[in-house]
Design a protein around this ligand. Structure first.
Ligand code: AMP
Ligand code: ZN
Length: 113
């Protein structure tokens, strides 16, 4: 947790382009955007990945989706966006602090790579 880049963004040690903050969540622009809109929605609590979340995190996880919902509206991608979490190296996770990618502003394909 000491070396966690997202914990450092949350504490303000590392600068980021923050789009939303509240008591339990923060959202900021991805530094390497994969779509015109690419936002990361992150709990303040250091949970390594979705698989490591606890039963007591249910409200927090729901809240993250509502942050995504509200940001999609604010950012004008409400009609078409993708919300995704990469869980584990094999799924492409590179930062071990739970986060949801919200991608929008371009045509999305399926299946994802
Ligand atoms: P993942 O690969 O699913 O773990 O996603 C990690 C994401 O964090 C990647 O899309 C990175 O571009 C992004 N990222 C890494 N460092 C930063 C940073 N300092 N500020 C904003 N986004 C970052
Ligand atoms: Zn962290």
């Amino acid at each position: 947790m000491g070396d966690c880049i997202f914990c450092k963004i949350i504490s303000g040690q590392i600068k980021s382009q923050i789009l939303h903050q509240d008591d339990t969540a923060i959202a900021f622009k991805d530094i390497n955007p994969q779509a015109p809109t690419h936002v990361l929605i992150v709990p303040r609590k250091h949970i390594p990945c979705l698989a490591a979340s606890g039963d007591g995190d249910e409200l927090l996880l729901g809240h993250l989706q509502h942050v995504a919902r509200d940001l999609a509206r604010t950012l004008g991608v409400e009609a078409a966006f993708r919300l995704v979490t990469n869980n584990g190296r094999g799924a492409g996770q590179t930062v071990d602090h739970l986060h949801y990618h919200m991608l929008g502003g371009r045509r999305m394909t399926w299946p994802p790579g």
